[in-house]
Structures are given as structure tokens and as C-alpha cells.
Ligand binder design. Structure first.
Ligand code: GLN
Length: 469
């Protein structure tokens, strides 16, 4: 159901929000048994929010069910970032983005499945003891990652629902593409990261995943803005994104990233993305081919050096003392930390701790981390040079259709990392980007990626609006 229409009915008390929420929770439990989209369903919280709302139905999201990626803190609800190392951790506060939605009457229904701390592109690197979410169109295939649970539940929910995802290097748009929904990643600093379990601080962003771009526009409007609890948030006004959905696009110029088509990209993916571009063209948009050679040549390497370096320090706090998993302290502290970490971190988390720590070591830091940061600046400039002429740059979101779990098993770590070739560029540059579904091939969704300049989110809503008309 259309969210605005639903909210209106809740406010007019045409919908009994408590009964509705009970039904939503029952549906989620059923969906979860089949598809594993939730690490936690927060029934108690949802029902108490519904009861409060019944008395006083206010807010722009009154009664809307919101699922939240597991790495965002929800007060009193087990929040693990998809990791066993945080088993039992219940935050004592809400992440700012979560709080802002609650303040608008949202009902938090649960924490969605993800790759452990965001380490992956398929949501197959889940923490020890957690389930892998299954693609809504074919259960033998992946949802994409790392916000896979958010993508899946957004596709299958037949009730008013939106999800909050998180992206470091593509984790919102990748699952949005594989699950056939809208996924939006804002400019770095546009949405407060307060209450987000850091993956890599200089890259992490929070954004909406929804069925329709108009719902995304609403959620982004609500969660964006300065936060005095988070020093990297930007203190500039937030555009009224919803107003941009219906703005004429005639005469606007976009750039098609030529390196993102051809070798290594599934033909069906290219074909459908070109259909999407044609749709924009029919609405009056002009396009040229553009080139981003630095992103193609150095994007994945630069991204993984920065992401792993930063995450290896961020994960140091999970040592069995302060948060989550604990054990009996029988030995010295170092042995105790090793015991807890060895037992509770998954394989990919350990790989990233080792590589990231190596890249930051005295003697290597300048050669790897600092060099990657310098290349990143060049990549930002490469994007910026195109935004003098173009409103947005377009490419496929993922180079392939959603793969089967069997196919994923055969990939080496490096082949896994290469899946992010389309998405790491805009993430390294901290630029806003959106996934729009542009059709299906053999029943599997194909996503198109549009990237805009810093703080030009409105351009993405303007162009994205074409697909909702
Ligand atoms: N696939 C990328 C990685 O594994 C991106 C993950 C993310 O954006 N959280 O790092």
C-alpha cells in the first residue's frame, strides 16, 4: 500500500494500528522462517509503539513498519551488526536515524540480516550462528549485501514498510539491485552516523531501501541533517526531496560510464540498463559516454585498503569486556581477548582484521593507507570533473545477475571484492547514489546506478522520478 495513503488512514483511525502491527509481526515471522531476513524481530517494542500511536496518531510515518539493518542501534533490542561477537548486546540508546523515524511515528519491527559488520556483497558472510538471507525471486540465490535482509524484506513486504540500510562500499545499492527495490545512499555526512556500528568511519553512510522512490525521498528527508552528536554531519539545509520527483528532466545531461559496460558485465544487465537510459532519454534527458579511468584501475584496491585499515581498528573494541559476547576470565587479558575474538568473529572478519592491521603497521602505513587516501582524492576529482557538465553518472549497479549460493562458494576473496567494481567509486568519493530497478532477466531483477555530486541528492530524485511516472 502507498505509504502516504496508509499514514492518512492511520491518522484518521480507519486502520487499527495495534491490530495492523500484530498482523505485520505475524507476517514477518512467517517470512523469516522462509527467507531469513531478520536477525531479530522486535515484537515487544513494535506493539508498545503501536499502542502509543493508537492514542496519538501523529507523524509523517505514523504506523509505518520500519526494519533496521542490524548494525544500527535500537534501544533495548538485540543489535549485533550481524556478528556473534555482539551476542546479547542491547543498546541503551537509539541511532539518530532510527530516533528520527520513531519521532515521526514509525514502528520498528526488527533488525535485518547482513554480512558480519558489512563485510561482503552477498550477505553470505553472516556471523557465526546466524542465517543467510535468501533472494526473494529465487531462494537458491543471494540477496546481495551487505544490507541483504533489508533488501529482501522490502521486496516481499505487502504492508506499508521501509527499511534503513547502511553502505560503506555499496551495501545499500547492491542488495537493492538483487532484490529489485530502490536503495539510496546519501552524501557522506548527510545522515548522522551516531549509533551506527562503524565499519569504516570515513566511508559509512545510512540510507533508505523502499519499493518506491517517493518513499525513499520521504525517508531521506526525515533522516538527513546536522547532528550535534556526530561531528562529521554536514551543517547545510536539507532539500525537500519529494518536491524534486516531479521536476521536469528535459534537457538535462547525464554521463554513461563507459568502463562499466562490456567485458566482465553480463549482457542481460547491460541490455536492461540501456533500457533504463532510453527511458530517461524518452523523458528528454541527453546523454554522452564518459570515462572514469582511475576508478576502473584503482577503485577496488583503494576501497579495500581504506575499508580494511579502518575496520581493523574499529573491531578492536569487541574484546569480550565491554559489549556482547563474554567468556570466563581464567587467563591473562591478552589470552582472554584472543579466545573471545577467535571464537566469535567469522572468517571474513578475521581476514579483514589481519589485512587491515598489516596495511596500517608502522613502515607500511605510508605505502598503503596514506597512498590509498591520496588516490581517493584523485578519484573524487575525477568524478567532480564530470559533474561540471553532467547532473548524474549512470552505470549498472552490479555487473551480474543475483548469483546462486553454489556460484558464490566458488569465488576467491579477490573475485568477491571485484563484485563491487561498479559501486566503490561513488562510495570512495562520498557521493550520493541510487539503485533503480530497470527490469528483469529470467525473473531476476536488474538495477541501474545513478550517482550525483556532493549534496545533489535532489538530482537523483528528479531523474529517479521518471521511473515512477
Ligand atoms: N562489499 C563491500 C565490502 O565488503 C561493501 C560493504 C558495505 O558497503 N558495507 O566491503
Amino acid at each position: 500500500m502507498d505509504i502516504n495513503e496508509f499514514v492518512k488512514q492511520v491518522k484518521n483511525k480507519e486502520i487499527d494500528i495495534v491490530e495492523h502491527t500484530k498482523q505485520v509481526l505475524a507476517k514477518c515471522k512467517k517470512i523469516n522462517d522462509e527467507y531469513h531476513y531478520f536477525n531479530e524481530i522486535s515484537s515487544e517494542l513494535a506493539l508498545s509503539q503501536a499502542q502509543n500511536l493508537k492514542k496519538n496518531p501523529v507523524g509523517r510515518l505514523a504506523g509505518v513498519a520500519v526494519s533496521v539493518k542490524d548494525c544500527l542501534c535500537v534501544k533495548g533490542v538485540q543489535s549485533r551488526g550481524g556478528s556473534a561477537v555482539l551476542n546479547g548486546y542491547k543498546p541503551v540508546f537509539n541511532a539518530t536515524a532510527v530516533q528520527k523515524l520513531i519521532d515521526e511515528g514509525a514502528i520498528i519491527i526488527g533488525k535485518t540480516a547482513q554480512d558480519e559488520f558489512g563485510f561482503g556483497s552477498f550477505s553470505t558472510n553472516v556471523g557465526n550462528g546466524l542465517d543467510i538471507p535468501l533472494n526473494p525471486f529465487d531462494k537458491t540465490r543471494a540477496c546481495g549485501g551487505s544490507s541483504g535482509g533489508s533488501g529482501g524484506i522490502t521486496q516481499v513486504a505487502d504492508f506499508a514498510h521501509v527499511s534503513l540500510g547502511e553502505s560503506t562500499g555499496g551495501s545499500i545499492v547492491a542488495p537493492a539491485s538483487f532484490c529489485g527495490v530502490v536503495g539510496f545512499c546519501p552524501t557522506y555526512g548527510r545522515v548522522s552516523r551516531y549509533g551506527l556500528m562503524d565499519y569504516a568511519n570515513s566511508l559509512d553512510k545510512i540510507g533508505a531501501m523502499t519499493k518506491k522512490i517517493s518513499d525513499t525521498a520521504l525517508v531521506q528527508e526525515l533522516i538527513s541533517g546536522y547532528d550535534n552528536k556526530e561531528s562529521t554531519t554536514l551543517n547545510s539545509p536539507v532539500d525537500k526531496y519529494s518536491d524534486w520527483l516531479s521536476q521536469d528532466v528535459k534537457g538535462q545531461r547525464i554521463g554513461i560510464i563507459k568502463e562499466c559496460f562490456g567485458e566482465g558485465v553480463d549482457e542481460q544487465v547491460s541490455k536492461h540498463v540501456w533500457n533504463g537510459i532510453k527511458k530517461l532519454e524518452d523523458a528528454g534527458v541527453k546523454y554522452d559516454e564518459v570515462s572514469l579511468p582511475l576508478v576502473k584501475k584503482y577503485g577496488v584496491e583503494t576501497y579495500y585498503l581504506i575499508a580494511m585499515s579502518e575496520t581493523s581498528t574499529n573491531l578492536a573494541k569487541y574484546c569480550g569486556m565491554r559489549y556482547g559476547a563474554h567468556d570466563k576470565l581464567k587467563e591473562g587479558f591478552n589470552d582472554y581477548f584472543s579466545k573471545v575474538r577467535s571464537k566469535n568473529f567469522g572468517k571474513e572478519a578475521k581476514r579483514r582484521i589481519i589485512i587491515g592491521t598489516f596495511a596500517r603497521m608502522a613502515g607500511f602505513r605510508d605505502a598503503y593507507y596514506m597512498k590509498a587516501m591520496a588516490v581517493r582524492t584523485k578519484i573524487i576529482n575525477e568524478y567532480k570533473s564530470h559533474f561540471k557538465k553532467y547532473k548524474a553518472l549512470v552505470s549498472p549497479t552490479m555487473p551480474i545477475l543475483p548469483p546462486t549460493f553454489k556460484e558464490i562458494e566458488k569465488l576467491t576473496p579477490l573475485q568477491n571484492y571485484m563484485m563491487d567494481i561498479m559501486t566503490v567509486g561513488s562510495n570512495l568519493a562520498g557521493m550520493p547514489h541510487v539503485n533503480i530497478n530497470v527490469g528483469k532477466s529470467n525473473g531476476l531483477p536488474v538495477g541501474m546506478l545513478m550517482t550525483a555530486d556532493h549534496l545533489k541528492e535532489r538530482r537523483l530524485f528528479q531523474l529517479g522520478g521518471v521511473f515512477e511516472k
